[in-house]
Design a protein around this ligand. Sequence first.
Ligand code: C5P
Length: 214
Amino acid sequence: MSEKTFIIAIDGPAASGKGTISRRLAKELKFHHLDTGLTYRGVAKMLLDQNLPLDDVTLAEQAARELDLGTMDGNILSAHDIGNAASKVAVIPSVRKILVDAQRAFSAKTPGSVLDGRDIGTVVCPNADVKIYVTAKAETRAERRFKEAQSKGGTQSYDEVLTDIKARDERDSGRKDSPMRQADDAHLLDTSKMDIETAFTAAKALINAALNTK
Ligand code: C5P
């Protein structure tokens, strides 16, 4: 008989706070954590590094098969250009299928896992024990990204960051396969007026309630 696992699905757009919340939840609960955005970023980076087109299905599939979840480097993959490129390879259904299989395998780890992305509650782990959709107004998210980039010496203006955020939201929620959306049974956490501490506390309360009823 297989051991019971507990799966936490966190979805939402870029800079909503979902990444920080997920990392902290996993750390506190001693669960495994997978930032599924890194898998799409990893595929995009392999193509970019070889100057290959991002819309070549065969090459993108090959990169997806070669991706090793264990060696993805969040620091390198967090680059702005890689994020945009990732949302382009993420529209290819066969690439999604390969990555989703790997993500599902990851979610089976004991004693539990936190997966964050765009389609975890709807497609990757529809039977997750608890689902949270973390969001915030595009302007608020752009402000966060802008400040973060500035502290690292970034040169993009606030308006450029906002335009990028809106374009990425549109591509992610408008694509045919697994668009970004709140699962019917997901809790909504709008962090527009929250700092990260308040957002984390709110998420933790939802998880604790689910853990207590398991
Ligand atoms: O979350 P992050 O910004 O790292 O994701 C990069 C891109 O990867 C997203 O804009 C989205 O297009 C894609 N993605 C996805 N499904 C996921 C996670 C990320 O399509 N579960």
